[in-house]
Design a protein. Structure first.
Length: 336
């Protein structure tokens, strides 16, 4: 549905106001929804800040709220992953139960901190205040968004290029953050119908979901490795669990690398629309990575053909053609 900039800001603030009562009750879905809304508002408010000098204060409040919501959400996801892991790793039922007990204690602490933070920031007053404002409707708003998407796309391209190859948790996490920020900026363009890139959004969401699952697995691995135990049998259980999760990480990273050409095409289309010339470094780097991927002999020629076709479509190596989606089977843990 078409929303002008004013209505889009108002709609997201309204959704946040609706979610806050359930957030204070630590409802898992409400926390998840509110966290997403804070991210969208962080993309919208700087644009409104062109005419409202106090936008910076509002952005700081939204950012702080998003941070505490994120802490609660991460623990909620971790508890969900452990519940799922119980059915896959019955050999480590006691170890998983101990870790779930520890996570639940952290959940309670994080939820108390969330309620206090919301009371301190008074998001309700912020929502009431900003729902009375109106961001720019002129071409300046659209130009600012175009520039923002260009910057986000450059950052996503650079981070994505560093995330292919050998799996490195920090690089993977950084790529997820950059892709996520680009996705929210592009969603604003789609909601306001300044630009309608459904396939681009589809690829950005898939990449973010894949990298998000990797991040969740990595967090769980690190918590298991820090789990104190002096019993030799329990130590072996932890080692087996870590091995199982690391195999999942490897599978997830391979899936990201295999889909990277389509992600690259989506990012390049964002750069093309915003007027930023893409770099040929990413497709060249992926070509080298994919040529040496173990067990991908049938896949590599197909992916390399995608890269080669993309190179020929835009000067400098950046593709302009819309990407084509493919069936995925992402983890159910992250649906956003």
């Amino acid at each position: 549905m078409f929303l002008n900039p004013s209505a889009l800001l108002d709609a997201n603030l309204g959704k946040l106001a609706t979610a806050l009562p359930a957030v204070r009750m630590a409802d898992v879905d409400a926390v998840h929804d509110a966290r997403i809304l804070t991210r969208r508002l962080r993309e919208l408010l700087p644009l409104a800040g062109q005419i409202h000098s106090d936008a910076g204060e509002a952005i700081e409040q939204i950012t702080a709220a998003g941070r505490v919501l994120g802490q609660v959400r991460e623990l909620d996801v971790l508890d969900e992953m452990l519940r799922s892991l119980e059915t896959r790793a019955r050999f480590a039922a006691v170890t998983i139960s101990d870790l779930r007990r520890h996570v639940r204690e952290k959940q309670d602490q994080a939820r108390r901190q969330l309620v206090k933070a919301l009371e301190h920031s008074d998001l309700d007053a912020l929502v009431r205040q900003w729902r009375l404002r109106r961001p720019q409707k002129s071409g300046a708003w659209a130009r600012a968004l175009r520039q923002r998407i260009g910057r986000r796309a450059e950052q996503a391209r650079e981070a994505g290029a560093r995330a292919v190859g050998v799996y490195m948790p920090n690089r993977s996490h950084r790529a997820r953050i950059r892709i996520k920020k680009l996705r929210y900026a592009v969603e604003i363009a789609a909601d306001t119908q300044i630009w309608l890139p459904p396939r681009v959004l589809k690829e950005l969401r898939r990449a973010q979901s894949t990298l998000g699952n990797l991040h969740d697995l990595q967090v769980l691995v690190e918590r298991l490795e820090r789990l104190p135990t002096a019993d030799a049998a329990r130590v072996r259980e932890v080692e087996w669990l870590v091995d199982l999760l690391r195999a999942d990480v490897e599978t997830g990273h391979r899936a990201f690398v295999q889909r990277a050409p389509k992600l690259q095409a989506a990012v390049a289309e964002c750069e093309h629309w915003s007027g930023v010339r893409g770099s040929a470094a990413w497709p060249q780097r992926m070509s080298r990575v994919l040529r040496v991927m173990v067990g991908s002999a049938m896949l590599v020629p197909t992916v390399l053909n995608v890269i080669d076709r993309a190179r020929t479509r835009t000067p400098g190596g950046g593709p302009t053609a819309r990407v084509r989606g493919a069936a995925d089977s992402p983890s159910p843990i992250r649906a956003v």
